[in-house]
Design a protein around this ligand. Structure first.
Ligand SMILES: [Zn+2]
Ligand SMILES: [Zn+2]
Length: 426
């Protein structure tokens, strides 16, 4: 069976998250999106754990549900802070667990390293290798992998406080690491360029802080499973068998991610392409501080294979952008703020399309575009056609600013010209 899964998200107990991050809203929006399986997020947080226990029913085989079509597995993201070669390293890791009881036990064991009740994504003072050791000796069915591996802050290869090799993070416990999460700002081809990452299963999840379908499931994994169970998910990620496997990952174009290129948001500087940023010595031309280095630049630093390299038996993937972004583009709306994506006008078109085709993934991947044009507009159908052929133009994201969809090459040139040349600042 085919399962669309988003296994990295957060609850309302994590910092900067929507108050609507509860299992009921998550379940309802997941259905609109076309997701069958979600991570619970924040499964070590006592209040959230209590809520999960009250509302979710075990649905057999290590998955839970509210009784509807959407299933959950216990999941948390944790941050470790430790020192390596005289420098502080701050790294995020995602943990999947086979039951809420295991989640509670893990919370107990980690309490000594940090406050698991203060934030849904706890910050723990410990070596990542210790975290893996504790997690895996508690229950060998647990799964742990580094989160959004290239993001400048809080990631394993991040420019700010990451490391250069996976062993430098997990040391002797690296044997328990079987997967990496690409994060929004990188895609599988970028990761293929690092030969020592080729053995790892590539995962893509949303890391969403809100339940709306332009955030939830914006990145996802399509599994092909024998049956929906924790064991099958484990097998697909770790053992990658014929009967349980990752069929493909759903990726936003990496330029959509908030850290694809370099820049300094506070000074309004960015996005700066890698060659240009290098030439500027990664200095902000306005304030002189260090630029936030783009994921594209960071991959280039660690890559040992040329751009365009594709390993044998490379995993499949597709590019998709949230339908609400494409509706906004088709309507000719500038989307500067998230609230615009949540506008009544966009929602009413979105709902009409979902009612006609079942869910967002069906609209994006299968719907007859003549029908889409009739229900919405020819312009919106055209945007979906462009998305299917990966012809959507984007101004890359930088320093926490999302990439921006644009209509024409001309618009792209104008906005890039504004930032891309050093002389423009002088
Ligand atoms: Zn994170
Ligand atoms: Zn600056």
């Amino acid at each position: 069976m085919r399962i669309f899964a988003d296994l990295h998200l957060h609850s309302k107990y994590s910092g900067a998250t929507s108050q609507r991050m509860n299992v009921y809203e998550l379940s309802a929006y997941a259905e609109l999106k076309g997701l069958n399986l979600l991570g619970t997020g924040d499964a070590l947080h006592p209040s959230w754990l209590e809520e999960l226990r009250r509302s979710l029913k075990p649905a057999g085989a290590g998955v839970y549900s509210l009784g509807g079509k959407v299933y959950f597995i216990p999941q948390v993201e944790v941050a470790t802070v430790h020192e390596y070669e005289g420098k502080a390293r701050r790294i995020h890791h995602v943990i999947l667990m086979p039951s809420l009881e295991v989640a509670e036990q893990l919370a107990d064991q980690l309490r000594g390293f940090g406050d698991v009740a203060s934030d849904g994504r706890p910050v723990l003072s410990m070596r990542p290798s210790e975290l893996v050791e504790i997690t895996m000796s508690l229950d060998k069915r647990n799964l742990i992998f580094p989160a959004h591996v290239w993001t400048p802050w809080w990631s394993i290869f991040g420019a700010k406080s990451g490391v250069d090799r996976i062993e430098e993070c997990y040391e002797d416990q690296v044997k328990h690491i079987h997967a990496i999460e690409t994060g929004l700002s990188s895609d599988p081809p970028m990761n293929w360029r690092v030969s020592w990452l080729n053995g790892y299963t590539i995962l893509s999840f949303s890391d969403s802080h809100s339940p709306y379908p332009y955030r939830l499931g914006r990145e996802a994994v399509v599994f092909e499973l024998e049956s929906l169970s924790y064991r099958s998910i484990y097998e697909a990620i770790v053992e990658r068998t014929e009967r349980n496997r990752v069929e493909l990952t759903v990726e936003v174009p990496p330029a959509y991610g908030k850290y694809h290129w370099s820049g300094h948001r506070k000074c309004g500087v960015g996005p700066i392409p890698p060659e240009e940023a290098r030439r500027m010595g990664y200095r902000c031309p306005v304030c002189g501080k260090t630029l936030t280095k783009g994921v594209d630049d960071r991959v280039e630093e660690l890559a040992d294979r040329p751009r365009g390299y594709k390993p044998e038996n490379a995993q499949g993937f597709i590019y998709l952008l949230p339908l609400q972004e494409l509706i906004a583009l088709g309507l000719g709306l500038e989307v500067e703020a998230e609230t615009r994506l949540n506008s009544k006008r966009i929602w009413s078109i979105y709902e009409a399309l979902i009612n006609a085709f079942g869910n967002e993934f069906k609209v994006m991947l299968e719907a007859d575009l003549r029908e889409v044009a009739k229900i919405s507009s020819p312009e919106i159908a055209e945007m979906i056609a462009r998305m299917r052929e990966n012809r959507i133009k984007l101004i890359p994201g930088y320093d926490g600013v999302y990439g921006k969809l644009i209509l024409s090459e001309e618009a792209e040139k104008t906005s890039r010209r504004k930032f891309s040349k050093l002389e423009d600042y002088l």
